[in-house]
Ligand binder design. Sequence first.
Ligand SMILES: [Zn+2]
Length: 167
Amino acid sequence: MGYLEFCSNCGEKNQFGEKDGNKRYFCSQCSTIHYENPKPTATLICMHQNQLLLVKRAVDPGKGMWGLPGGFIERGETPEMGAQRELLEETNLQGSVSNLLGTCSHFNTVFGDILLMGMEVQVEDWSTLKAGDDAEEAILFPFDELPKLAFPCHEKIVNMYRQKSLS
Ligand SMILES: [Zn+2]
């Protein structure tokens, strides 16, 4: 674990241990605590005529595998804004969030803990579909013939949608 080795405030070496009720990195020089909260992502379910939009991941983790479009919500963004931006970046589509399906926690990834927010997105115009940023391909798959997805949380979010659409 190298990336929190030093205090980002004063440059001293951090300590790791019990602090404010949890194990944390903190600086014994200036007392700055380096919190490691889960990072929220917008993870998108975009359906079109009983097909689901998937992207082939161009970068690790999960490079070369299929996954749901989406990514980390940036500073200053709401989840809905993050969803729209990621959709446009990865698939060149414009859409709007219609439903929050649920969340899935993925612990100890290369990015730390991630909180995936599964969101249903409505796309008006599919004619602009084109793989972009971080995506090798972006394709609609028949919902009952999906490939194996890159992450268990993506499978779980697909299942949340399946449950909701059946009920
Ligand atoms: Zn410090």
